[in-house]
Write a protein that binds this ligand. Structure first.
Ligand code: 3HC
Length: 725
């Protein structure tokens, strides 16, 4: 096995080409590491080998160390599964070898892959190569000497930026900062690398060991200043990412005590940080995201995706214009339809505004903006719909309106056209009730702002055809979203799981807890903002429109209050008009709105969930639990009803769609760290005190009774999502 993954070919010029070949990303699996050591041993022994070129097969160098091993370490707690190679392979075998190594690099060169190349004596790259140390996104730190060699090659500030922000760079920048020695075309890569290696061997090019270099390192006092500033910055911006401070500790050791001491410290710290809850959560999230691309009976039955070139978007409001923006940005032609020219112009202005926002951030040039806008066409009727491959309806959440639109587009669009709706809540069978094209109807639920949020919740009914699902998944990837496939029910997976989030916050507020305290506690937990600020930002229009839909679908477990109606009646529409739970003024942070207190009092009086006037007393932990345990409880129902194929789909959807903290691994993963029995027992207590909103679901009850994690499969839940729907 090892032999297959690492090959060696010795040329008549005396250069041994050692190639890593472990598709799809040449991950450094244990067998690859064993193979590398074997080949190096052989190359050192052979008298016909003067120098080595290390490269990767399939157009890439390597995506880094095999992350599956991290998963094994998390399952077993056994850090000895991690190969202790920082010294043995990278220093003893490669860097300190008696024959020089040159890395010939193209494509991805990440993590352990980049670290391998840095232990070589020179790096030759193609222009497309991408270099990065993204280990911190997995909750760990570079473990093959990256914390020591990168600062020595590119300087301390640049190295810190690349590691702490997990920022990768292209070959050109790599050459400018000293990481890359030469950039050559793919055709010349091996030829240049071989002659470079021979020139090092014969002394006409310098034999450089990165670990021993000091010329790029700042003086000790300047280095301390840079490290201190980086620590402060990380503390401020990433309080929940301990790996940043740990990475700086490893770098600092190397600067103070030398590269070799730095390597030893890096290994020790790596073996500690890999076991933290942050690393466990982030590694889980990595695999959860990748798992979404595998859908039983869709991606495993040999279907080929259809090319979707032109999409009609109906409705140019917030969602429709966001969807149109994301489509044209990624090369898809869009017909944006509105009902009159004023609304159409407003929609087009919104798209333009979205693009200008991206320009301000520096992620879009003026040229690109103009090119992108040329993909957009406005329409006031359906004449252009005859040649579209997909329609995405994005009008307000009114069932009769959606039904009549689907009725019309079914007649006008071509037979192959996918009929998608961006509804966030309404059952697709109801929307498509009046059509005969049930197999072409699908949910394309984007999250606002649609051109920025990475999740695409794809909703399928029992009749949606696998081809249609595959085509929307493919389009989702083209427009750089993570598509998660879910079944059809009110609210689908994400909004259904999260409807108790806003409602539980309201519940606590009506029990007398201060809303600004709730927001602070939930932000500290890791949500991007508290539930009340989120309501302000989202506006109350959608919330009020979907309220009766949730109430009728989930009878007995919703919390009703009049507060949002009272706010709208008093002219508090949320962030849109600058007045909601908070007051908004451009250029300053949101401030508490003193006027809200009277409305809260009125709403509490009408709701009367406690008999006394006295507010309840809760700890911060109880606030988190009273808000998130009902969310977990609903996630249990979503899993039980097979709305998702696997628990990890809820995890990734909660992270990408709702901003659930990634460092907690997603809603279900986090719940399993808390424990099903504990969550069940707390919900029981609140059920007794406050009623049905907190009643534990049968799924949660069963897991708690058996002491099982919520993510564990049960016999009734072992079938696939598609088999159910
Ligand atoms: C000791 C060292 O310092 C520690 C390390 O090196 S830790 C690893 C550092 N490297 C990384 O973090 C890179 C992680 N990988 C990625 O970011 C992306 O996969 C990528 C940019 C390499 C490729 O992206 P993309 O082309 O979209 O393909 P993607 O779907 O993500 O991955 C393809 C497959 O490769 C797997 N894969 C990617 N990187 C992997 C890795 N480092 N180890 C194991 N498997 C990996 C994925 O799980 C996926 O498997 P699947 O097909 O079975 O689902």
């Amino acid at each position: 096995m090892a032999r297959e993954r690492v090959a060696m070919e010795v040329g008549s010029d005396g250069v041994a080409i050692i190639t890593i070949s472990n598709p799809p990303v040449n991950a450094l699996a244990t067998s690859v590491i064993v193979g590398l050591k074997e080949k190096y041993k052989e190359a050192m022994k052979r008298s016909d080998v003067k120098a080595i070129v290390l490269t990767g097969g399939g157009g890439k160098f390597s995506g880094g160390f095999d992350i599956n091993v991290f998963m094994e370490v998390h399952k077993t707690g056994n850090v000895s599964l991690l190969p202790d190679e920082s010294i043995d392979l990278l220093v003893n075998t490669i860097e300190d070898a008696s024959k020089p190594s040159v890395a010939a690099i193209q494509g991805l060169t990440l993590g352990g892959g980049l670290e391998l190349t840095m232990s070589c004596h020179a790096r030759i790259s193609t222009p497309d190569a991408q270099f990065g140390l993204p280990e911190l996104t997995l909750g760990v730190i570079p473990g093959f000497g990256g914390t020591q060699r990168l600062p020595r090659l590119v300087g301390l500030s640049k190295a810190i930026e690349m590691m702490l922000l997990s920022k990768s760079i292209r070959a050109k920048e790599g050459k400018e900062c000293g990481l890359v020695d030469a950039i050559v075309s793919p055709e010349n890569l091996l030829m240049v690398a071989r002659s470079w290696a021979l020139e090092i061997a014969n002394g006409s090019k310098p034999w450089i060991s990165s670990l021993k270099r000091t010329d790029k390192l700042a003086s000790l006092s300047v280095a301390h200043k840079i490290l201190h500033a980086s620590r402060q910055q990380a503390k401020k911006t990433s309080p929940n990412m301990p790996q940043k401070q740990v990475c700086l500790d490893a770098i600092e050791e190397g600067i103070v005590s030398g590269g070799y001491a730095g390597l030893l410290k890096e290994t020790r710290l790596f073996n500690e940080i890999i076991l933290t809850s942050t690393a466990r959560s982030l590694v889980h999230a990595f695999f959860a995201e990748r798992a979404t691309s595998k859908v039983a009976n869709v991606t495993d039955v040999g279907l080929k995706p259809t090319n979707i070139r032109k999409v009609a978007v109906i409705g140019g409001g917030l969602m429709g214009s966001g969807i149109a923006t994301t489509l044209i940005l990624n090369g898809v032609h869009v017909v944006l339809k509105e009902i009159d020219s004023a609304l159409l112009q407003r929609g087009i202005n919104s798209v333009t505004g979205n693009l200008e926002g991206l320009m301000k951030k520096g992620s879009l040039t003026l040229d690109k903006k103009n090119k992108v806008l040329s993909h957009l066409k406005g329409a006031l009727d359906y004449s252009d719909f005859k040649e579209v491959d997909m329609v995405i309806e994005a009008v307000i959440e009114k069932i009769p309106l959606k039904q009549s639109i689907f009725n019309e587009i079914e007649k006008i669009c071509p037979q192959h056209c996918i009929l998608a709706t961006n509804t966030s809540t309404i059952d697709l069978n109801i929307i498509g009730e009046k059509t005969k094209s049930q197999d072409r109807i699908i949910g394309a639920h984007f999250f606002s702002p649609a051109h920025i949020m990475p999740l695409l919740e794809i909703v399928c009914t029992e009749k949606t055809s696998p081809q249609v699902i595959l085509d929307l998944m493919t389009l989702g990837r083209i427009i750089k979203k993570v598509p998660v496939i879910v079944g059809n029910c009110t609210g689908f997976a994400v909004n259904r799981t999260f409807f108790p989030y806003g409602q539980a916050a309201q519940f606590l507020l009506h029990l007398g807890v201060d809303l600004y305290r709730i927001d602070r506690v939930i932000s500290t937990f890791g949500m991007p903002m508290g539930p009340f600020q989120l309501q302000d930002v989202a506006g109350f229009g959608v919330a009020l429109a979907v309220k009766p839909i949730f109430s009728s679908a989930f009878k007995g477990r919703t919390f009703e209050s009049d507060l949002q109606e009272l706010m709208v009646q008093s002219g508090l529409n949320g962030k849109a008009n600058g007045k909601g739970y908070y007051l908004y003024q451009s250029g300053s942070k949101p401030k508490p709105n003193p006027f809200i207190e009277t409305l809260i009092e009125e709403s509490r009086r009408r709701t009367r969930i406690i008999s006394t006037e006295k507010p309840i007393s809760v700890t911060d932990q109880e606030i988190v639990e009273m808000i998130f345990f009902p969310v977990v409880n609903e996630a249990c129902r979503v899993m039980d009803e097979r709305v998702v194929a696997r628990a990890s789909d809820i995890d990734i959807a909660s992270i990408l769609g709702m901003g659930f903290p990634k460092f907690r691994g997603g809603v279900v993963f986090w719940a399993d760290t808390v424990g099903s029995s504990y969550i069940y027992s707390k919900l029981k207590v609140w059920e007794d005190a406050y009623g049905g909103f907190f009643t534990p679901s049968p799924y949660l009850e069963e897991k708690a009774r058996k002491g099982l994690p919520l993510s564990s499969e049960t016999s009734s839940s072992s079938q696939s999502l598609r088999a159910r729907i």
